[in-house]
Ligand binder design. Structure first.
Ligand SMILES: Cc1cc2nc3c(=O)[nH]c(=O)nc-3n(C[C@H](O)[C@H](O)[C@H](O)COP(=O)(O)O)c2cc1C
Length: 203
């Protein structure tokens, strides 16, 4: 329902929420412009991540913001990784430059699963909780007109795994963020009809 306040129609909260959830898209780093995300906003986005639910309040995560030469180093790492692991056909020389420069406009956050040593929770529940946290970050990006995506490729995970992790920690990929190029159309996405995803079981 819309509410009229001082001649302005504002959306009610549930409509805003629906809109943020449904307009969240995977926006890849080659579509980011060279505009940094302020530290204040970045902290707000990561703080929202930590408001995700966790079983027994373990908060099984840590977020490592990759600054300085990381964008450059990640580009070099991906180039080396793909050269080593992919055939010339699947990773032709023509893609080298693109790969090297790919992270250059991205704010990079390594997503770390940090398992509690004290409270025993099945790993899948802890990964589920981290996934909820990542979704919070992603939705917060959408609300701030920032593009984002979760890179769980082997290259991203192995890069993040080199960040001095402790023995109860595991990298679950890199979360990319950046302001999208306004001249590029937002990617479209679709979902299967909802009736194919809901069934009713009654006894
Ligand atoms: C757990 C998880 C891992 C993902 N890993 C990757 C990835 O490694 N590379 C990639 O291009 N996209 C990755 N994505 C993004 C999905 O491909 C994307 O969400 C999907 O295509 C739907 O598009 P949408 O996010 O715009 O709705 C991942 C998403 C999730 C939830």
């Amino acid at each position: 329902m819309n509410t009229l306040i001082e001649n302005k129609t504002i959306k009610t909260d549930h409509e805003t929420l629906n809109s943020i959830i449904r307009s969240r898209r995977t926006i890849y780093a080659n579509n980011y412009i060279n505009k940094p995300i302020s530290e204040e906003l970045l902290v707000e986005i990561i703080a929202n991540a930590t408001w995700a639910p966790t079983h027994k309040r373990t908060e099984p995560w840590r977020f490592i913001v990759l600054e300085g030469k990381h964008q450059e180093k990640l580009g070099e790492y991906m180039l080396g990784y793909y050269k080593e692991h992919l055939s010339e056909e699947n990773f032709p020389v023509s893609q080298y430059e693109h790969t090297l420069n790919y992270p250059k406009n991205a704010t990079l956050v390594a997503v770390i699963l940090q398992r509690s040593k004290r409270i025993k929770i099945p790993e899948w529940e802890e990964i589920a909780a981290v996934s909820c946290a990542v979704q919070n970050m992603w939705l917060s990006c959408t609300a701030n007109e920032i593009g984002g995506y979760w890179d769980t490729s082997e290259a991203a995970i192995t890069y993040g795994s080199k960040l001095d992790l402790l023995d109860n920690e595991r990298c679950l990929g890199l979360f990319y963020m950046g302001y999208p190029d306004p001249t590029v159309d937002k990617p479209k996405s679709k979902r299967k009809p909802i009736h194919t995803k809901i069934s009713i079981h009654s006894i």
